[in-house]
Structure formats: C-alpha cells, structure tokens
Design a protein around this ligand. Sequence first.
Ligand SMILES: O=C(O)CCC(=O)C(=O)O
Ligand SMILES: [Fe+2]
Length: 348
Amino acid sequence: MLPRLSPDHDSSKQGQQGSGGAYMLISEGLEANEVVRVQESDARRLWNFAQQLAAGEQIERLDAEQLAELGTVLTSTLPEAVLRAAHRFRNRGTTHDVLLLRGILPADHDLGPTPGSATSPRHGHANLCALNLMAVMNMFGEPFTFEDLYGGRLVQDVVAAQGKESAQTSEGSDCFLEWHVEDAFSSDRCDYFGLLCLRGDPAAATILAPARALVLPDEARKVLMQPRYTVLPDIAHGENPEPQTGVAVLTGTREAPEIRFDPIYMVPADPADDEARSAFEFLTEAVKATAVSHVLQPGDLIVVDNRRVVHARSAFQPRFDGSGRWLMRTMVCSSLPRHRRRQSRRAI
Ligand SMILES: O=C(O)CCC(=O)C(=O)O
Ligand SMILES: [Fe+2]
C-alpha cells in the first residue's frame, strides 16, 4: 500500500480554516520576502499595454512561440518591485521557494464565463490574462509544455470539469489534490510553474511544502537519496509516457535539496523494499508538517520552484455555472537549476 494522506487533510477540514487545524487552510504562512503587492495603477498600465499589443495581433490564433514572444514585450512593462523580486527569487530562492505577486490584474476587467474544461477555447480578456502570465513567467526561463498535456497549450486553464470531480488532475475539484511536483515522472519536468488566479474559491487552498524545510530522520533521508523508486506516468498525459525507474526522491545538498515526490504515482522500485516504503512514509509526514497554504484570489500569481517545493490543493465545491474557480498555469524550464546541480559558482 502506498502511504495516503490522513483524513485530517481531506475536505472535511475546510470548516476549520484558521482555527489551528493541521493545515489551517487559509493560514498562508508565506513571509514578507516572498509576497509582492502590485499597485493598482501599475496593474492598469500593464493591462493597457497588453491590450495594445493584442490589438495588433490576432491573439487567439497565435501559436505558443508567438505568444511567448509577445509576453516578452510585455515583461518590459512590469513594475520595478516585481522585476527585482523575480530576480532575487530566481537567483536565491525565498523562505518557501515560492513568490506570490498580488494584484497583477486590474480589478474591473470583464472576463467572461469560466471555461468548462482545460481545453475549452479562450476568448477576449482571458487572452490578456494569459499574456500577463507569460510576461511574468518569461523572467524565470523558457515557457514550455508537453505535447500530450491539455492539447499542448502553453498557458493551460486550471478549471473544474464536470464528471471529473474526483480526478487527481487539474480538472478535479471536490477531492484533495494529493501532494505532487508537476510531472514527477519526467526528468524534463519544469523548473518553475506559475498559477494566475482569474477567479478564486474560498475553499480551494494551494498548499506548499519546501524541501529545504523538511525534518527527516537521517536514515530515512539517506534512503530517499538513493535511486530506489519508480514513478508511473501521470494520467493527465494520456497513455504515452513510460514509467521511470531507479529514481531518487531527494537529490542535491542537505541544505538545498531538490525533491521528486508524487505519492499517487511513486512506488519502491522493488516491491519488497520495505525500507524505501517506510522512508517514503516518513517523508509524507514531514511534508504535511512543513506545509503552508494560500487561497488564491483574483489577480494573485504564484510562482513555485517545482524542483524544490511539493504542492497540493484542498477540496472545493465546483460550480459549473461559469462563475467557478479559474486559474491559468504556465511552466518554464530554466538553466540556473542545472548550474546549481553542478554546483557551479556564479561570477556575481
Ligand atoms: O489548483 C491549484 O491550486 C493547484 C493545481 C495543481 O497543482 C495542478 O493542477 O497540478
Ligand atoms: Fe500541480
């Protein structure tokens, strides 16, 4: 049996927000060095420029590369506080290895209804939001995706889909979305991903646990650093990917480890390896103990270091009436983590 999260962490906890439950789902726990508030006037300026850029293009028809290029032009209009925070985050990380930008969208824009699936056509102002997300994510590396993931879209809609309420994918809703890193099965998984909130849901907390804060017994840590695990491919990718075997869960240094953790899809490579299974159980508990959370609100954009942070999402009631929770997600790969893995030193 794979270790499962305890019932403490299912949707029944939602009534205890802020009351000292295991997660205190709305408690946030993020620190000042990882939150930047964008001024309304800056958000408006960014939005106007996005509108101007989009007017010169048939934005709905742009392919992924063209959208990324347009996003780069918009990057130049980001406020100084965002540019500086992004630079610091990318180079040095933050306490929880996430960066939260708040108020990046103006308050009064007209979005249209929340789409019914991750691959619904995107209209009007939603394209400007996608461009905004791209403008920020461009600072962390090159936006990319997998061809077999949600139609190969560079900016994916993270929305609840009818009939998939209990799915362990972005389209699930009224179940706890288990701890994972994006695309754990692939060594080409993203270095960072960004989630931009267009519409929030007060019950849906994005939950984050940074690997560097994990408290683990030495023996368990040692086992987790050995290639004793197999990662099965994520169903969001269809049937194509192969399982990856001989995978370590923790890599890198003790002070700044990287983590590859996805309990739904990870098993000891040898089913008889009880040590590997037990170390994994220790890790699951350590991840829960380290968690902080944030309920994304419209205009919040959270950037997560996918090599150093595991994340999850609490359960929420989907609406399916066009007013439900709506996020956009973009993944990037970046060269800095590769240099870090080689323990290269920066000249500056
Ligand atoms: O909805 C969230 O807050 C996170 C979603 C997520 O982790 C995913 O779709 O992979
Ligand atoms: Fe995720």
